[in-house]
Unconditional design. Structure first.
Ligand code: C2E
Ligand code: CA
Ligand code: CA
Length: 727
């Protein structure tokens, strides 16, 4: 190394921007020539005469490019390159091999070993300088590219990206081992031919791919970016995000491309189903919209968050293929009613806003003149999406709930806007679905309230603030009390009585319904055992208990239920679990074995709120059911609304056909009662007889009924026959 002069006098004093080239060549003449040529070209050079020296200086100083002679004594260029590549990736430090013109085999081998390019002796000054210049530029653009990758939040995956370097003229591509591994191949299994790539691009993406790469017509474009599907060794397609830079000859012809390949199929990104952009890209676009807004605050942008209503029900009852078709249709309709500059994406289940079925979409609206424009778009979307769709021969009217938030400050963060839109969507859902809501600060307030409620609920559980009420269920033929529905009540220390509608859903969302549900079940079973002991001579009373879906999912549910039955001495035939129709349909395959387990214990099962969900008859058959409860909303309106009346009639008939007991809920008038009796409905409950009351009043009511002092029908056997749940 001591024999080598540093060819620029004050090497270190030069600005950081000068490109530093390490020249490794054992032949003095060749080395000097290269050095002079490069110094003339404005480079800072460091000539050394052996591979060992090269590795030594590289440990002490940083270099931007290495020119490496292939044929050298002791350590040759290949060995040296191999050692360099241990510390410096192909994409980070270009190594240009120096060799004799005739040495084609060596050149190919050098590329394999991780060289970026080559120049040949005798040197063609212009060509050599152009090549080195290209790498200097490429290196700078690649580091800029890496910086922009960080903006894509892909930095963490950066090391997972495959790298490629495409020589357009030769038709060869350097594929990094990772590039090959991403498609399931080892390093040796893929050659450096460009067709290794193009043959693996999905036919539908090929045109886009060529247009983004070698056929890019616009000379002003420097960066390429496209999403394509590529064939994996396993036969499936993976979504790949392909990014890179163009290197042009003069101004037009692209002769080289280089960049990275990222697998965006997995997890939260990439939506192979609908072909929509992934969430990462969406967030990136949103961030750019925020930046743009900071510069041009005269136009607004907004985020819409869409969630399909009842998607899981459709998915479960009509099958996943139908569900997929629905999602694709929704995606196309969404695109059709937005401007091309707007972005749509589908969130996947692993997104931070997890939904099981991936039925969430987000939309970025840009260049809005007033925030209220979003309303117009939202209404248009609601109309466009609700057009009927034929799925598996069934006509479905899909609806969505939309929340939206407007970007009004340049300091807003993308994630915050998304969350706000999501919160607003949640409100749209709660208010009855198929509508849109703009995010308001008050919504956040309500979220805080919910947190408080959760705290209060925990306290209530620990301090015995709950108690049970019972509502009599009446046999319509005999007019006597057949059983009771258990309904929980909460006496809040300061707020007084809190109705279940205000806390059950929070208890369900937070999981508190599980301990609360066990408490209710145990109390209800105790009561049932007591009543059976006291009134068994007169009647066979049964007690129904509402059961939330989260309870049924408990792995130990059946065992715990059995323990409660044993502990309380309740007769399982006198206990009936009420499960809402939507619970049942939501995860039919998970729920079914649990219900069968209950049935095997002798416990009865009823469907609550029947008529409000999407059950198909085929499904009803598959559950061990004893009872159908017609939802209150139909009973409410059956006298005024013909449709409700028809629904009630249909459900009662269905109950007959499936040999289920049908109970009408919320009967308030005599007219409703007689109409129900006329339709053949056998059981009912409602304010007409009694509201839910505590256990003493419940018994009082039962005993006050004219038919209750004697068995409620002329003979015991007849009671048995009409009893909802025969012993
Ligand atoms: P649900 O299971 O459909 O309960 C029937 C609701 O209708 C009860 O409201 C009851 O008080 C009310 N109701 C009964 N008769 C009439 C009537 O003639 N007219 C009118 N307008 N309403 C009547 P409640 O007790 O407020 O319960 C509301 C919901 O809260 C229940 O709906 C159920 O989903 C849930 N819930 C109540 N108790 C429990 C419980 O112990 N466990 C679980 N998991 N959920 C419960
Ligand atoms: Ca119920
Ligand atoms: Ca109900």
């Amino acid at each position: 190394m001591n024999s080598d002069k540093l060819l620029t006098g004050d090497y270190k004093a030069l600005g950081e921007n000068s490109t530093r080239v390490l020249i490794v060549d054992d032949e003095t003449a060749s080395r000097e020539l290269l050095a002079q040529m490069l110094v003339k070209g404005g480079y800072v050079v460091r000539p050394v005469s052996s591979g060992c020296d090269a590795l030594n200086v590289m440990r002490q100083e940083p270099f931007d490019i290495v020119l490496l002679d292939i044929v050298m004594p002791e350590m040759d260029g290949f060995e040296c390159l191999e050692l360099i590549r241990k510390d410096h990736a192909v994409s980070k430090l270009p190594v240009i091999m120096v060799t004799d013109e005739t040495d084609r085999n060596n050149i190919v081998a050098a590329f394999r070993a991780g060289a970026n390019d080559y120049i040949t002796r005798p040197f063609d000054y212009e060509l050599a300088l152009a090549r080195i210049g290209t790498h200097a530029k490429l290196r700078m653009t690649l580091s800029a590219l890496r910086a922009s990758e960080e903006r894509y939040a892909l930095a963490a995956r950066g090391s997972n990206d495959g790298l490629w370097d495409w020589d357009v003229k030769q038709g060869t591509v350097y594929y990094s081992p990772r590039w090959k591994a991403m498609l399931g191949y080892s390093d040796r299994e893929i050659s450096d031919s460009a067709s290794e790539w193009t043959n693996r691009v999905h036919p539908d993406d090929l045109e886009k791919f060529y247009h983004s790469t070698v056929n890019q017509p616009s000379a002003s474009k420097t960066n390429l970016e496209c999403e394509i599907r590529m064939l994996h060794r396993d036969g499936g397609y993976r979504w790949m995000l392909c990014r890179g830079v163009y290197v042009r000859n003069g101004s037009v012809v692209i002769y080289r491309l280089a960049g990275s390949l990222t697998d965006i199929t997995e997890g939260k990104v990439g939506d192979a189903l609908t072909g929509l952009p992934n969430r990462l890209l969406f967030v990136d676009r949103l961030e750019r919209a925020i930046e743009k807004f900071a510069r041009f605050p005269e136009s607004f942008f907004a985020v819409m968050f869409l969630d399909l209503d009842n998607f899981k029900l459709i998915n479960d009852s009509l099958g996943h293929q139908a569900g997929d078709r629905l999602l694709i249709t929704i995606a196309r309709r969404l695109e059709a009613c937005l401007r091309t500059s707007d972005s749509v994406c589908r969130l996947h289940e692993k997104s931070t806003l997890a939904r099981h079925a991936g039925d969430e979409f987000t939309v970025l609206l840009e260049a809005l003149s007033i925030p209220e424009d979003v309303e117009i778009v939202a209404n248009r979307v609601l109309t466009a999406l609700s057009e009927p769709i034929d799925l598996e021969g069934q006509e479905i009217f899909p609806t969505v709930s939309i929340g939206w938030a407007v970007g009004e400050s340049p300091s807003v963060r993308a994630e915050d806007l998304l969350r706000e839109a999501d919160t607003a969507m949640y409100h749209a859902k709660r208010e009855g679905r198929n509508r849109h809501r703009r995010f308001e600060i008050g919504m956040q307030h309500r979220a805080t309230m919910r947190l408080q409620l959760e705290k209060d609920l925990r306290h209530a559980l620990a301090h015995d603030e709950f108690y049970l009420n019972y509502q009599p269920i009446i046999g319509l033929e005999s007019s006597c009390v057949m059983g009771f529905e258990t309904l929980v009540r909460w006496r809040h220390p300061t707020k007084g009585l809190v109705p279940p509608q205000e806390f059950i859903s929070t208890a369900e969302e937070t999981g508190l319904i599980v301990p609360l549900g066990w408490w209710i079940t145990e109390k209800a079973c105790e009561q049932a055992a007591l009543w059976e002991a006291q009134y068994y001579q007169d009647r066979h009373l049964f007690v129904t208990v509402n059961c939330a879906v989260k309870q049924l999912y408990q792995p130990d549910f059946l065992n715990q239920f059995k323990e409660i039955l044993e502990r309380t001495g309740a007769n399982p035939h006198c206990i009936c679990i009420e499960v809402t129709e939507s619970t049942l349909m939501d995860r039919a395959e998970l729920i079914r074995p649990v219900l069968i387990g209950l049935r095997d214990m002798g416990v009865r099962i009823g469907i609550d709120d029947f008529g409000t969900g999407y059950s198909s008859l085929a499904y009803l058959h598959r559950f061990p059911l004893d009872m159908l409860k017609v939802d209150r909303s139909f009973i409410n309106t059956m006298l005024e609304c013909n449709e409700s009346f028809e629904i009630v009639r249909t459900i009662v008939d269905l109950g007959h056909n499936l040999r289920l007991k049908t109970v009408a809920e919320g009967v308030e008038t005599e007219t409703q009662r007689s109409k129900l009796a006329e339709l053949g409905c056998k059981f009912a409950q409602g304010y007409l007889w009694s509201p839910p009351v505590n256990h003493e009043l419940a018994v009082q009511y039962m005993l006050s009924q004219p038919s209750s002092r004697v068995p409620c029908a002329p003979s015991t056997t007849e009671v048995r026959a009409t009893s909802l749940l025969p012993a």
